[in-house]
Design a protein around this ligand. Structure first.
Ligand code: NDP
Ligand code: MG
Length: 382
């Protein structure tokens, strides 16, 4: 069945792969959004001819408007523009692959418009899971996970009986570029080393998050909201080959896993075509070629980010929003050469020392985000 989508974060790693999937499925793209990079976005607009586009950066949007003056496409800008794209009435589904908490309000706008949301933008759920899941329940729309681990769990849950809630979710984790390293080894890590992910080619922020293992901590919180699980019922296991994408354990200790070659086009496609399945450009998995699959317990001493996130979601309220905001700020500082890699998680942890309120509204979530970024900046300068 052909569908019409709205795509936020079109120029990013997930956005590009989503367009590849959309092309092969013969989907229409009604609206698209990007951040600030005009040139790649213009090319995509010329190819896909959406009726509406937005750029987060106002000046970039003004530049784009001039460049595509020959097209009937409407250009909008800033957070309101992103929300307009997310909510475009023609879309059957909104795919949100914006980087960071900037994706939060557009996700809410899509839900408000009654769209199912294919969600790659995990920061939306980490920061505002309570607000987002309440909005979904009210509007009767679905969150369809794009993150590979959550897509795996979602797939493992298909066909379970109504009383068949799992007793445990097991998230797999590649271990990133610094698997096996000690705390001392991490002292001198460069940006280039942090960006050399063994199995996945992704945007800068998630690649750094994978190196600190904050990504897996954020995914633990994401899983809590997507699957309504207690944080202590979500385990993490290191799996270097990234072939088993995650697992579900039922009451009888039977464990179901989803496997495939590491290629995001499989989870992106499943989120878009759910509950149906169609042929994919991704190559089939050959277990004989893979040879062996290995598993290890995470090293929480060297990589405390997973347990930090578990503690944040167990405290609840705005703690996860604060951890997420502080982490986004810390990663930006590291990328700008202003913070050592080894300081990221310890500084983010200090956010937990102060009280954060309840996640009663979208405004409260965004306020905690702003406050935690400011606090992180202060801590980094101290
Ligand atoms: P990229 O950095 O490659 O792309 C980010 C996209 O978001 C770009 O289109 C960028 O536009 C846009 N963007 C950046 N800042 C803003 C902003 N403030 N407002 C609006 N748009 C903005 O990231 P990824 O594609 O790697 O990741 C996107 C999301 O998907 C993240 O939440 C990540 O955690 C998640 N994810 C990614 C995976 C992957 O394999 N890449 C796997 C699982 C989840 P511009 O190009 O103009 O800067
Ligand atoms: Mg993931």
């Amino acid at each position: 069945m052909s569908k019409t989508i709205s795509l936020l974060g079109a120029t990013g790693s997930i956005g590009l792969q989503a367009l590849d999937v959309a092309e092969k499925l013969n989907y229409t793209v009604a609206a698209m959004a990007a951040g600030s990079r005009v040139e790649p976005f213009e090319q995509q607009i010329r190819q896909w001819r959406p009726s509406l586009v937005a750029m987060a950066d106002e000046r970039a949007a003004a530049d784009l408007k001039v460049r595509i003056a020959d097209l009937p496409t409407k250009v909008t800008a800033g957070p309101d523009g992103l929300c307009e794209v997310a909510a475009i009435p023609e879309a059957d589904v909104t795919l949100n692959s914006i980087m960071g908490v900037a994706g939060f309000l557009p996700t809410l706008a899509a839900i408000e418009a009654g769209h199912d949301v294919a969600l790659a933008n995990k920061e939306t759920l980490v920061a505002g899971g309570a607000v987002v899941t309440a909005a979904c329940a009210e509007k009767g729309v679905r969150l369809l996970p794009v993150d590979s681990e959550h897509s795996a769990i979602f797939q493992c849950l298909q066909g379970r009986p109504p009383q068949g809630k799992p007793q445990k979710l097991i998230l797999t984790c590649s271990g990133g570029p610094f698997f096996g390293k000690t705390k001392a080894d991490l002292e001198a890590v460069t940006l280039e080393q942090a960006l050399a992910h063994p199995n996945w080619s992704m945007g800068l922020k998630i690649t750094v998050d994978s190196a600190t293992m904050m990504n897996k901590g954020l995914e633990l919180i994401e899983a809590k909201w997507l699957f309504d699980m207690e944080p202590d019922a979500i385990d993490v296991v290191i799996h270097r080959e990234s072939i088993v994408h995650s697992l579900v354990e039922y009451a009888d200790n039977s464990v179901i896993a989803q496997l495939g070659v590491p290629d995001m086009r499989i989870p992106i496609q499943y989120a878009l075509t759910y509950p149906d399945r169609y042929p994919s450009p991704v190559k089939p998995l050959s277990l004989a070629e893979a040879g062996k699959l290995t598993f290890f317990a995470p090293d929480h001493e060297t990589f405390p980010a997973i347990e930090l996130c578990r503690a944040a979601i167990k405290r609840g309220g705005l703690y996860p929003a604060a951890v997420n905001g502080a982490n986004e700020q810390a990663v930006a500082l590291f990328a700008a050469g202003k913070l050592p890699f080894a300081s990221i998680t310890p500084l983010v942890s200090r956010i937990m020392e102060q009280p954060w309120g309840e996640a009663t509204s979208a405004e409260a979530v965004l306020e905690a985000d702003r406050e935690s970024r400011a606090l992180l900046l202060e801590l980094a300068e101290a």
